[in-house]
Design a protein around this ligand. Structure first.
Ligand SMILES: NC(=O)c1ccc[n+]([C@@H]2O[C@H](COP(=O)([O-])OP(=O)(O)OC[C@H]3O[C@@H](n4cnc5c(N)ncnc54)[C@H](O)[C@@H]3O)[C@@H](O)[C@H]2O)c1
Length: 257
């Protein structure tokens, strides 16, 4: 191949939710490295501001929008901010999520159930609509939602999370089917256990859990956040131009066995 090597997302404008930590922050770094202009969305302003500064120092175009993904008007404002600042929206990684839980189903209270559904399903739902509307204005785009291996199979003591992440897979397929002919691709990633702050806290709190998870994973280790981000970047990019409605496990083979 001749000519200058281009980043996967060169010239694209991308929005990432839940960008203040974990997989979302890793995605910000990977997407920026691949040439995207970024709007980073989360609730924790200090963390977003620090990440934006880091990315700008490396030459990226980046800004942030403080938003709670469970609030529809926050989602609309964040997408509007991206369009106003950069003129368009090409890619979105709807990553924000929360709440694996450790409570048996019959003991779980309604509040926890609703909170988990609101963040994981409601958050994707709130962002999908303005993202799709913005992408239709410019002839298309690519959206990646963050599900989980819990969106493909069930794990015990996590019923609302499993239900929510299955719903993310369903929303992904429904949106993909509806907008495929209009230039918008919608896919999901399904991470296996990934070494983020929350997961490290979980490993510290439950001795032996890490080894137990590794024993059930063909590649017997925990994912690093950038490994999920790399898959999301590819799915967002034009290199995945004929891929839509897919939920891609990034799990070291966990869901294959
Ligand atoms: N870490 C794992 O093992 C793992 C495995 C499978 C799926 N996931 C999914 O990956 C995504 C990222 O998780 P992570 O492990 O990086 O966790 P994390 O807690 O580090 O990141 C989650 C991000 O979402 C944000 N967020 C949560 N609720 C929000 C709200 N209401 N409004 C705005 N932002 C909100 C958090 O502030 C944070 O930035 C989640 O959807 C999670 O369910 C994680």
């Amino acid at each position: 191949m001749q000519g200058q090597r281009q980043g996967l997302l060169e010239g694209k404008v991308a929005l990432i939710t839940g960008a203040s930590s974990g997989i979302g922050a890793a995605a910000a770094r990977v997407f920026a490295r691949e040439g995207a202009a970024l709007v980073l969305v989360a609730r924790r302003e200090e963390r977003l501001a620090a990440l934006v500064e880091e990315l700008r120092e490396q030459g990226a175009r980046a800004r942030y929008a403080v938003a709670d993904v469970t609030v529809r008007t926050d989602a609309e404002a964040a997408v509007a901010d991206a369009v106003e600042a950069f003129g368009r929206l090409d890619c979105a990684f709807n990553n924000a999520g929360w709440g694996l839980g450790r409570t048996p189903l019959h003991e779980m209270d309604d509040d926890l159930y609703h909170r988990i559904m609101d963040v994981n399903v409601g958050g994707v739902w709130n962002f999908l609509r303005p993202e799709i509307a913005a992408m239709l204005e410019t002839g298309g785009g690519s959206i990646v939602n963050n599900s989980s291996v819990g969106g493909l199979l069930a794990t015990p003591v996590a019923a609302p999370y499993v239900a929510a992440k299955h719903a993310v897979v369903g929303l992904t397929k429904a949106a993909a089917a509806e907008y495929a002919a209009r230039g918008i691709r919608v896919n999901a990633v399904a991470p296996g256990t990934t070494r983020t702050e929350v997961v490290q806290e979980w490993f510290a709190a439950v001795p032996g859990i890490e080894a137990q998870l590794h024993a059930g994973t063909p590649q017997p280790r925990t994912a690093e956040p950038y490994e999920i981000a790399e898959a999301a970047a590819w799915l967002c990019s034009d290199r995945a131009s004929f891929v839509t409605g897919v939920t891609m496990p990034v799990d070291g083979g966990f869901t294959m066995v």
